[in-house]
Design a protein around this ligand. Structure first.
Ligand code: ADP
Length: 298
């Protein structure tokens, strides 16, 4: 039977500096990155779909073509007149990357403004994937709309996967961010946090503490990424650990977590084997951080 992996969030235009001193135009965004890798790794019995909102202008057309060309289904990409997509520019200063964003009025901020549309989209999804960035871009009321739709989807048998991906600059306060993240954990089955963020904003002392906090919030499975350090997982009260392979030359850590999530889920959804899934996530992330850019063809 055909199965559907649905990712929800914002894809942006990326302007990245080239060796020649100008900029090249690409497209990326955390939830799109995970969908991109999931499409390459999952068996063809899985359809991978992206839910977002874009404008009706030429750059929105290019973005949607880019997503479709990756084999990702675009039926749930909403078109909104009078607005456009967000953009970020990467600046290099002595090899250090910094980012400038133009996304405060992007079309994607309206992706959850119609509860009925969300219910229809979720009704055919087996796995629904979202992140803290998906939540951060939404107006408060629409976050609740999204949580309600996720709760209904879960009752109907969907598995909800959530990466907190904490980005304090997108939230009006750390408190709002923490409350929304824990509310999302409450309607999620699988949590995929990154320890350094969680330690900073929730005060967790170890990856085990992060895993326990989200398990206490109701997640059946928590996998805590930890950069090059030991990752932790917690399922049915059982803690496990995994040390990622050493990467001799880390070139660009963009999308490390997003690609880990896709590698992990591609194996987990097929086998349910935690050790194999952690290894698969870490192996993909190792490949991605050894190359420049978020999206590499496997
Ligand atoms: P995020 O990108 O979300 O902050 P992490 O930095 O924890 O997430 O990295 C995600 C995954 O990428 C890790 O679990 C690990 O598998 C891999 N990874 C990241 N940095 C390194 C590194 N320096 N060496 C080896 N693997 C790494």
């Amino acid at each position: 039977m055909r199965r559907t992996f649905l990712s929800i969030g914002e894809c942006m235009v990326e302007m990245a500096p080239t060796a020649a001193g100008d900029y090249s135009l690409g497209f990326a965004g955390d939830t799109l990155n995970t969908a991109w890798y999931a499409r390459q790794l999952l068996d063809q019995k899985w359809g991978v779909s992206y839910l977002t909102a874009v404008g009706e202008d030429a750059i929105s057309d290019r973005m949607v073509d880019f997503i479709a060309d990756a084999g990702i289904k675009i039926e749930l990409v909403q078109r909104r007149s009078g607005c456009t997509v967000g953009l970020y520019l990467i600046q290099l200063d002595n090899g250090e990357r910094s980012f400038a964003y133009w996304r405060s009025d992007s079309a994607a901020r309206r992706l959850a403004d119609d509860p009925a549309r969300l219910d229809v989209a979720f009704a055919t999804a087996d796995v629904i994937y979202l992140s803290g960035i998906t939540l951060a871009i939404l107006p408060h009321q629409q976050r609740s709309t999204l949580f309600d739709a996720l709760a209904t989807a879960r009752q109907n048998g969907a598995t909800v996967v959530f990466d907190p991906n904490l980005r304090p600059r997108l939230w009006d306060s750390h408190d709002t961010m923490r409350r929304a993240i824990m509310a999302a954990a409450d309607v999620s089955d699988i949590l995929l946090p990154s320890f350094d963020d969680e330690a900073t904003f929730f005060g967790d002392a170890t990856p085990n503490d992060t895993a326990r906090r989200y398990a206490d919030a109701g997640a059946a499975l928590v996998v805590v990424k930890n950069g090059g350090g030991e990752a932790a997982c917690l399922r049915d009260g059982q803690l496990g650990h995994f040390t990622p392979p050493r990467v001799a030359h880390v070139v660009d850590t963009t999308a490390a977590g997003d690609s880990f999530n896709a590698g992990f889920l591609a194996t987990y959804l097929e086998t349910g084997n935690l050790d194999a899934s952690m290894a698969s996530g870490a192996a993909l992330a190792a490949r991605v951080i050894a190359e420049r850019g978020a999206l590499i063809k496997l």
